[in-house]
Design a protein around this ligand. Structure first.
Ligand SMILES: [Zn+2]
Length: 273
């Protein structure tokens, strides 16, 4: 549905209950772009194509995939086949996405900002590492609309798995988002965010509180990730526990990179600083 003038959200839901993901269609006067494509399913593929046909928008020029996680590239191949739009991602994410693809490859791998003229919209595709090392965001300059993929979600904070991305990069990306002062954030999941500064500063505060909590525990003694997890979290499901432990590991990697923590076997120790 059209959620802002010429901004449409074609929502997809994962049947296994892993969540709802947004796919944004931005309709310009000289061309349109699709930002992410949702969980892969015949239903969502058909939904996107019938939506594009129904609203009779200008030619779909690009399918912009924000990052490697499945609910974002999900139906890209189907949409490409039907529309012949070029698939855009970053040089870092493209190999991961290409691995999943059966018939196509990412057409345009960006290693720097890419400006796209859609007539009434001037958009910029920007590298915004953190959630994954090659995540990108789309920024519409005149209205200051930001499409950050999973870097920002309507509720809570996004997951940073140590094998995917880094908290230090994520914090720099959020800082850069604060500098560009978006009017509206269209997150990878959930509804548009208009209290953008409040949201962005709360994301930084959340990570810094968690880091301080870990440092305070390490001031007492050495800890493993599992022990830190037991101190910080309670009553989480198995899946959420797995994600929470990954967040702790990502924080510890940041502290190690900064020379504040050392690791011996699986135990982490605070260095005096
Ligand atoms: Zn993701």
């Amino acid at each position: 549905m059209e959620i802002y003038p010429n901004i449409h959200n074609i929502v997809s839901e994962n049947k296994t209950g892993q969540g709802i993901t947004n796919a944004y269609l931005v309709t310009g006067t000289t061309g349109s772009v699709l930002i992410d494509t949702g969980w892969k399913s015949d239903e969502q593929s058909e939904r996107i194509i019938s939506y594009i046909n129904k609203i009779d928008c200008t030619t779909l020029k690009y399918i912009i995939v924000t990052h490697r996680h499945p609910p974002h590239w999900g139906n890209s191949e189907f949409v490409k086949k039907q529309t012949d739009a070029d698939i855009i991602s970053t040089v870092i994410e493209a190999p991961y996405i290409n691995d999943y693809f059966e018939n196509y490859k990412v057409d345009i791998e960006i290693d720097d900002n890419l400006d796209i003229d859609l007539g009434n919209f001037q958009i910029s595709v920007m590298k915004t590492p953190g959630h994954t090392s090659g995540t990108l965001a789309v920024f519409e300059k005149e209205n200051k609309y930001l499409f950050p993929g999973d870097t920002i979600m309507e509720k809570g904070t996004s997951v940073i798995n140590p094998e995917d991305g880094k908290i230090a990069d994520y914090l720099k990306t959020i800082d850069n988002f604060i500098k560009i002062e978006p009017n509206v954030i269209f997150p990878g999941q959930g509804a548009p965010i208009t209290e953008t500064l409040e949201k962005l500063t709360s994301l930084i505060a959340h990570r810094s509180d968690r880091e301080q909590e870990i440092i305070n525990l390490l001031k007492q003694k050495e800890y493993s990730v599992d022990e830190l997890f037991a101190q910080i979290y309670e009553n989480l499901s198995e899946w959420l526990s797995h994600l929470a432990k990954n967040q702790i590991t990502s924080h510890l990697i940041k502290l190690e990179d900064e020379g504040k923590v050392t690791k011996d076997q699986n135990m982490y120790k605070l260095i005096d600083f």
